[in-house]
Design a binder for this molecule. Structure first.
Ligand code: RAT
Ligand code: ZN
Length: 413
């Protein structure tokens, strides 16, 4: 193939391969109001709230006192009318509006609001997934979230949405949650003594039964160390990892958050720090029968993560997370991963919080992944190997879904 043929083949294969989006914060329609969608939610995404405070003289307190529509109006006026929406998160809203043939340059949100309020969520999900080229998404399901837990009493079944058992409250803030567990009948103790470990295992096994999660997951601070003399380390080693092994599912570690450096801006108040990835080395080596999905938030940690993936076949790097999900950085990370790992990684997840975000996040990611992959095949062809559509298809399929399906031990259904 000529370089131009390679580029168009890669783009067409990527466009026609449905993605399995392995980490989002979306919810199936049966979770009701927990599922966020529509223009007001798109505009009040915390990535945009962070940008609002930089471009408008409004205090966070004044902003939080507004209703959702007023907040959305303020963000629209500030970031889209008074300024050109050139940042990644603002450009994303433009792409979503465009995908639905809505004006991206209107003075107000009337037309967009009328459009979304006429949608019925169930069909809307299908339309959104079709526009995004996504077949399934994995949710983030926290059994200790008081808003979410009641939904699981009579779980629905929507094959478009897969579950992931999120353990932040247990592993990072046990102090604040052990009493909730105790009230639910699990004999845990504040300091982790007595039957705490075996009771957490029982809790996990109950929730694995209820949720059928594709993996367990936790986000971790930049200061995360393993092993260390802490309850988190013990619970991870003695409860969570054994439970993952027993259920044949991987553990996802999302490392590098500096939580709430500015609590005034709420969800937008987390930052990033470089982590010590020797913890990943220790985990992968000491628990060879566990599989680890790992994403790291700091750009400085990316190369090390690739090196560790070369050492440990039970380590699967995934995604360009949160502050990394910008074309310049996705390009750099994806190229590095292709060079060091071939197709044995998962290039991206959307992290969508608002349903329609999968449209822009995947369009943007596909574009960058296509360019990185194409360059790799052009080099390969010029070095003497014939590149075929079938070879491209096989690699794309692996990266966009099969690596995850294999890793989670079951073809997703
Ligand atoms: O990207 C985000 O929306 C963050 O706020 C986090 O939710 C992060 O993705 C996480 O899963 O902890
Ligand atoms: Zn997330």
């Amino acid at each position: 193939m000529t370089p131009a043929e390679i580029r168009s083949t890669v783009s067409s294969v990527l466009d026609s391969t449905p993605v399995l989006d392995i980490h989002t914060h979306t919810f199936a329609p049966w979770f009701g109001a927990l599922g966020l969608w529509g223009i007001d939610e798109l505009l009040t995404y915390h990535y945009l709230e962070a940008e609002l405070f930089r471009s408008r003289d409004v205090t966070p307190e004044a902003y939080w006192s507004l209703g959702k529509r007023e907040q959305a109006d303020l963000i629209w006026e500030t970031l889209f009318v008074r300024n050109a929406p050139i940042s990644e998160a603002t450009r994303g809203v433009v792409a979503v509006l465009k995908a639905f043939n809505l004006p991206a340059d209107a003075e107000n949100l009337n037309e967009a609001r009328a459009f979304f309020s006429a949608r019925r969520i169930d069909e809307h999900v299908d339309a959104v997934f079709a526009l995004a080229g996504v077949s399934q998404v994995v949710m983030t399901n926290d059994p200790l979230d008081p808003a979410e837990a009641p939904c699981w009493q009579q779980p629905g079944n929507d094959p478009r949405f897969l579950a992931a058992l999120r353990l932040d409250r247990i592993l990072n803030r046990f102090d604040a949650h052990w009493e909730v567990l105790q009230a639910q009948g699990y004999a845990v103790e504040r300091g982790g003594g007595g039957r705490t470990v075996s009771e957490i295992r029982r809790f996990l096994s109950d929730w694995v039964g209820r949720m059928r999660p594709r993996y367990m997951a936790v986000s971790l601070p930049d200061t995360f160390l393993f092993p260390e003399d802490s309850l988190r380390s013990r619970l991870l080693a003695e409860a969570v990892l054994p439970s993952c092994r027993e259920n044949g599912i991987p553990m996802a570690l999302m490392i590098g958050v500096r939580y709430q450096v500015n609590p005034r801006v709420r969800l937008a108040g987390d930052a990033v720090g470089r982590a010590d990835l020797r913890s990943v080395e220790n985990l992968c080596r000491d628990f060879p029968d566990n599989r680890f999905l790992v994403t790291v938030l700091s750009r400085e940690n990316q190369h090390e993560l690739c090196v560790y993936a070369r050492k440990f076949a039970n380590l699967m790097p995934f995604g360009c997370w949160w502050f990394l999900n910008n074309p310049s950085i996705v390009s750099e990370i994806t190229r590095e991963r292709i060079e060091m790992l071939g197709a044995s990684f998962i290039p991206q997840h959307s992290d969508a919080r608002i349903l329609e975000q999968v449209i822009y996040k995947w369009r943007f990611s596909r574009r960058v992944i296509a360019a990185a992959l194409s360059d790799a095949y052009v080099l390969l062809e010029s070095d003497g190997r014939t590149v075929t559509r079938e070879a491209i298809r096989r690699d794309v399929e692996r990266m966009m879904r099969a690596n995850f399906e294999k890793w989670t031990g079951c073809a997703a259904s």
